[in-house]
Unconditional design. Structure first.
Lengths: 114, 113
């Protein structure tokens, strides 16, 4: 199957700093990628849809100024958590689809804000 | 957006028994329903999916049924094995018009040897 790679796998940052997470589709072009957030023992919550060459579409309740999404190419989307706080600590996962096929997930990024 | 509910949240079965997980969705426009298995700290892996034009699909020990009228779908695992222990998520998506997945709340399945 298709491969989606996410980097870094885990990151620890200080409160108030920003963290960038990358999501790459390694062997296919993805015009759309999705960012999810998962708290321990909870489900994956869709945060936003990342569209190549245009603005991301955010789900209700997700702060677009806090979670900056950039989809500069057909194989790369980035999520930047700005001015991170401990409550932003979570597991962030991206996904991408080839056209009309299943979604492929990145391996996830565990963010810890101290 | 779509609202997906999933039951039960935890499920324990004896090895060899069957496990059933049920999901309901709210948006009748949803037309694609995948099931994912997630082991601790790992990415979700697709185990089976069903499209809205199909009522049932089976793959070895795993089967999924869909009732479009009632807006619910179920995952059936037969002859469970300890390696089936994981968290399972259902999802609903409007394929061809977005592909965003809305996930259920997850079911933690434990298969007791």
């Amino acid at each position: 199957g298709a491969v989606v790679s996410q980097h870094p796998s885990w990151v620890i940052c200080k409160s108030g700093t920003s963290v960038k997470i990358e999501c790459r589709s390694l062997d296919f072009q993805a015009t759309t990628m999705f960012w999810y957030r998962q708290f321990p023992k909870q489900s994956l919550m869709l945060m936003a849809t990342s569209n190549e060459g245009s603005k991301a579409t955010y789900e209700q309740g997700v702060e677009k100024d806090k979670f900056l999404i950039n989809h500069a190419s057909l194989t790369l989307s980035t999520l930047t958590v700005t001015s991170a706080h401990p409550e932003d600590s979570s597991f962030y996962i991206c996904s991408a689809n080839q056209k009309n096929t299943e979604a492929f997930f990145g391996q996830g990024t565990r963010l810890t804000v101290v | 957006g779509e609202n997906v509910e999933q039951h039960p949240s935890t499920l324990s079965v004896q090895e060899g028994d069957s496990a059933v997980i049920k999901c309901t969705y709210s948006d009748s426009a949803s037309n694609y329903f995948p099931w994912y298995k997630q082991e601790l700290g790992k990415r979700p892996q697709l185990i089976i999916d069903i499209r809205s034009n199909v009522g049932e699909k089976k793959d070895q020990r795993i089967a999924v049924t869909l009732n479009k009228t009632a807006k619910h779908f179920s995952l059936h695992i037969t002859e469970t094995q300890p390696e089936d222990s994981a968290v399972y998520f259902c999802a609903a998506s409007m394929r061809f018009t977005g592909n965003q997945f809305y996930f259920g709340t997850g079911t933690s399945l434990t298969v007791i040897p």
